[in-house]
Design a protein around this ligand. Sequence first.
Ligand code: HEM
Length: 294
Amino acid sequence: MESIEKIKEHYRFTDEDVSLLMRLRPVMERYREEFVEEFYNFVKDFEETKRFLKDEATIKRHQDALKLWFMKLFSGTYGSHYLSELRKVGEVHVKVGLHTHYVNAAFHFVKIYIHGILHREIPDIKERARMLESVEKILDMNLDVFTNSYVEEEKKFFFSLKVESYLVQMANRFSHGLNLILVIGLVLLGFMVMGLFAYDILHILDGDIEKGLLSTLGSLLMLWVVIELMDTEIKHLRGGKFAIKVFISVALVAVIRKILVTSLSSEEVGAQLSLVAAVAVLGAIYWLIAKVER
Ligand code: HEM
């Protein structure tokens, strides 16, 4: 981690920059409220904003913190205390899980916004150009510190960063390989169910129409399950969400098939009732999951 002196040196941040930024303070004071309003107008279009700035209390806290941060850009005091405050803000963004892309995009807005103010408020072209340079420097230094928090977070490891990243990479590959084996297994299963379907149709031709029809219906349901499972697996391989619903539907279909088969023997009424109860429970769970997902 760099010290504030090193950061200033690397950005050629001089005493002249400090005094130019301080001269801008009364101008920026007038834009403090508008800045936050415009900032929020800008970030509201990000898909992720609602996830992070989720309720009135958080928004209020963020807006107050933003106003303070904005005014501190022009305070003229950029010592180690300023640096540790910036680091804290960076760490908060990392902690809430905000992607660094959104921070960069927000900084882009801040730059454009301050440029606009300077164009309106500072008529002297030379002076404005120097002020713009100082503003760019302090904003880039801020972004540098914020981005560094993400890098620091990535550096966290248990015994060795190299070994750990290798292990994670291997585990990733292994899980991808297992997923491919699963797809092959499902394809084989699909062929087998198609065989069962053909076998059940033969029952109809044998003359046992009722048994043949019910069993064929059962094997068709199984085929549908295999298709569902394959579909879910393919979506998962393409980066989709894990769909727990499909497992409930597999269990549902298995029980329904069992009901179809046992319905042929009239003595098993007790067993059938328990199967019907199982369908009701699984159905309710399926409905609840579907509701939550919607
Ligand atoms: C120029 C860019 C940004 C600046 C200067 C900034 C500034 C700040 C500051 C000063 C804090 C308070 C940190 C503390 O508690 O010490 C904060 C917190 C936070 N920021 Fe930002 N922010 C920026 C961009 C964003 C964006 C784009 C989002 C989301 C879309 C965001 C979401 C949050 C959240 C969720 C918190 C925590 C709020 C809380 O629970 O108190 N920030 N930010």
